[in-house]
Write a protein that binds this ligand. Structure first.
Ligand code: GDP
Length: 296
């Protein structure tokens, strides 16, 4: 598991620091280089690593601190804080308001785990007494509607879709309208993906957002996409107002690096993690817990 490996390397770097009798500029630089290599191998963007390095150096500010301060603790804390900062876009995600018809649109490439995540998200709120509904606006992938229908039925969540209609915009509009009339308070729109970023996909997302007027657009990202995360997230952000990120497949060979890039590219927080194929394998995102796990 890459997260554990990365944690191990960072811990190693901090331990080397603990073993050094004197913590001077050279020891700090070596330690930061080791941490950077670990972050790079976990696909954190090179540019972000550079920023992190210089921020840590500024925080630690070895020369200016009076003797007697615990420099190791200061450095460890600075690394922890900096990783937390990289995951914090500075503004919270939209929080659905109970009793109102919140429209949540999911976007992401094909295979990212979007359809699965839509149901997990709905199920998570349903357990808390909400009235969610699912709309399948994916007419691109054969079997998409059947998959959503199957998931929704299992969770006893109302759904809307069509086997014959080929216009996703029409389906989305009809589905959202219907569930608004039925007083659903969480109307989730699952959209189509493609294998790669394509102009037609983004135009479709733009049109879907126009007709459904979502309160929140969630970008779903497979944790294993690595360095591709930044461009992918940015491409979606440029066509629709992405306001939150969900990272899936954290149970697999998950690389934490992509998550950091997605936050940076969309300027949006991660709100949940997908941790398995089942409906309840879904966790609320906790920055400190995530970083602690990252550090081992
Ligand atoms: P979509 O094309 O983006 O709608 O992706 P799907 O929801 O169809 O998911 C693609 C595959 O990833 C399916 O086999 C899902 O069961 C699987 N999947 C989705 N989320 C997770 C997760 O958190 N962990 C694991 N292990 N598999 C997942």
């Amino acid at each position: 598991m890459v997260l554990a490996e990365m944690g191990g390397r960072i811990i190693g770097a901090l331990q080397n620091l603990s073993n050094a009798t004197i913590i001077d500029e050279k020891v700090l630089t070596e330690c930061l280089n080791e941490i950077s290599r670990a972050l790079m191998s976990a696909d954190v963007q090179f540019k972000m690593i550079g920023t992190m390095q210089s921020n840590i150096k500024k925080t630690v500010n070895l020369d200016d601190r009076a003797a007697g301060h615990n420099k190791r603790k200061i450095i460890q804390q600075a690394v922890f804080n900096e990783l937390c900062n990289m995951l914090d876009p500075g503004k919270p995600a939209f929080v659905p308001k109970k009793g109102k018809p919140n429209v949540i649109m999911f976007v992401g490439l094909q295979g990212s785990g979007k359809t699965t995540t839509c149901t997990k998200y709905a199920f998570n709120y349903q357990k808390k007494g909400w009235k969610p509904a699912l709309v399948c606006a994916d007419t691109f992938r054969a079997g998409a509607f059947d998959q959503l229908k199957q998931n929704a039925t299992k969770a006893k969540i109302p759904f809307y879709g069509s086997y014959t209609e080929t216009d996703p915009v029409k389906i989305a509009q009809e589905g959202v309208e219907r569930f608004k009339k039925e007083n659903c308070d969480l109307i989730i729109v699952d959209t189509s993906g493609r294998h790669k970023q394509e102009a037609s996909l983004f135009e479709e997302m733009r049109q879907l957002a126009e007709v459904t007027n979502p309160d929140l657009v969630i970008f779903v990202m497979d944790s294993s996409i690595g360095q591709a995360a930044f461009d992918q997230a940015q491409a979606f952000k440029q066509s629709v107002a992405v306001g939150a990120v969900i990272v899936t497949k954290m149970d697999g060979h998950a690389k934490g690096g992509g998550a950091l890039s997605a936050v940076s590219a969309t300027k949006s927080p991660i709100i949940f993690l997908g941790t398995g194929e089942h409906m309840d394998e879904f966790e609320a995102f906790e920055t400190k817990a995530f970083v602690s796990r990252l550090l081992g």
